[in-house]
Ligand binder design. Structure first.
Ligand SMILES: *Cc1c(COP(=O)(O)O)cnc(C)c1O
Ligand SMILES: [Zn+2]
Length: 423
């Protein structure tokens, strides 16, 4: 989707709602809204800037029970609800009392995004990217993905009637492959890791006309979708911010946008201003941001991922430096955990709260546990953790540590002999 194509076509009035420009995160340079993601001056990443009108809690509460209740705060047109989309969001915020007891902390909430239409938080970002792709008149809706994004793009494109093409590392978990292929003929497995797939997507985006890669050339619009996690958490807490929040980090987009959401709510007077601490969670097998955090440096050194947390396996995270900013300036931290700790945390969440999370959620909970044990997270303060995906997509991660206790013949004697009658 070259800039020329869209500029000659022109955008319809209000195509991006209250968004006013694309603003460079590095130099502050502002450019017109369009399929751009890098600053023409300094190549820094662009983000959406707004001219917000007055927005009230009542207006939001009167909206639909999905992310479009926050449409005034997103780069989408006012008539967004007329366009088919997967309508994600407004997932439950669960008061996790059993988990709190287990962790030895006062209050912990689980924001359970595994119940989105394709069972991960990616439906939120894809809904916003799809709106941008439509307004920019894209011909193909596409992405490089660590798995969940491909599921969300393929499903949303199917519902919207736009051709899709999703690119994944060829070693991806089988359930995530099937969860994409069921929606699209164009699941492309690439022999390489996510960072290789991402580089390929950038090349295609530069060569082919009319391809909207959600997390490449329409990334600024895509990224705004993660703000809805922050908006919902605040609204569901009764229009207030939590004291501490733990968020998984792949590219780092979600974490930085939840922070942006909290700041916007304060600025708009929708919540009271108060300090909150943001924590990032990574796997030891892909820990570039945690490593930089601990070393106290500003630069991220890319790594080659090797972890069961494949949805977080981005070795060269685009927003890593902004994760360092958000965690450091809020008094938080970025921590990492091993694959075994991730597996144990998946089982812990399942057995305390009845939630089956994928490896990313296991990472987030394991990091939370570690932060409590090391005294970094204050157990007397209210904490929110985000469960970003569903365990049915990463069954292999725990199939080796849980399973049948016994296999018995279909008669009572056999049941008794196996010692199950007192169970
Ligand atoms: C993509 C993904 C993340 C992290 O997203 P970023 O915004 O790239 O940091 C976390 N959890 C799951 C399940 C994901 O699919
Ligand atoms: Zn710039």
């Amino acid at each position: 989707m070259s800039a020329a194509t869209t500029e000659t076509k022109g955008l319809r009035e209000g195509a991006f709602g209250n968004a006013s420009a694309l603003s460079c995160r590095e130099c502050g340079n502002q450019i017109d809204l369009g399929p751009h993601y890098a600053c023409p001056e300094c190549f820094g990443p662009l983000e959406v800037a707004y001219d917000f009108p007055a927005v009230t809690r009542e207006e939001i509460e009167a909206g639909p029970r999905n992310i479009w209740r926050y449409k005034a705060l997103l780069p989408v047109p006012d008539d967004i609800e007329q366009s088919p989309n997967t309508e994600p969001g407004f997932t439950r915020l669960l008061d996790a009392k059993n988990l709190a007891k287990e962790l030895g902390i006062e209050k912990i909430w689980v924001k359970d995004d595994s119940t989105n239409p394709t069972n991960s938080f990616k439906d939120r970002v894809v809904a916003c990217a799809l709106s941008a792709a439509r307004e920019l008149d894209a011909k193909v809706f596409a992405c490089p993905s660590t798995g969940n994004l491909a599921n969300a793009v393929a499903a949303a494109g199917a519902r919207a009637g736009i051709p899709t093409a999703v690119f994944i590392p060829s070693n991806l978990e089988q359930p995530k492959q099937v969860n994409s292929a069921v929606f699209t003929d164009n699941l492309i497995a690439v022999d390489g890791n996510y960072d290789d797939v991402n580089k390929l997507a950038q090349e295609i985006a530069a060569e082919e006309d009319g391809w909207a890669f959600v997390n490449v050339n329409v990334r600024p619009f895509y990224a705004e979708g993660s703000k809805t996690l922050g908006f919902e958490i605040a609204e569901q807490l009764g229009w207030r911010l939590p004291d501490q929040i733990v968020i998984p980090v792949a590219s780092g987009s979600q974490l930085t946008k939840v922070d942006k959401a909290f700041k916007e709510l304060i600025k708009l007077g929708l919540v009271e201003e108060k300090p909150y601490r943001i924590f990032g969670a990574q796997a030891t097998g892909c820990n570039p941001v945690a490593t930089a955090f601990k070393a106290g440096v500003d630069a991220i050194r890319p790594v080659k991922p090797d972890t069961i947390a494949k949805s977080l396996a981005i070795g060269n995270p685009a927003d890593g430096i902004y994760v360092l900013d958000a965690t450091r300036s809020s008094g938080g931290a970025v921590e990492e955990v091993t694959d075994d700790e991730i597996r144990a945390a998946i089982v812990l969440l399942a057995r305390t709260e009845g939630i089956f999370t994928e490896t990313a959620g296991g990472t987030t909970l394991a990091v939370t546990k570690k932060l409590v044990e090391t005294g970094v997270l204050d157990p007397s303060l209210e904490t929110v953790i985000i469960n970003t995906g569903h365990g049915l997509k990463t069954l292999d991660a725990v199939s080796g540590i849980v399973g049948p206790r016994a296999t018995i013949a279909p008669n009572y004697d056999s049941f008794e002999e196996a010692g199950l009658s007192q169970a």
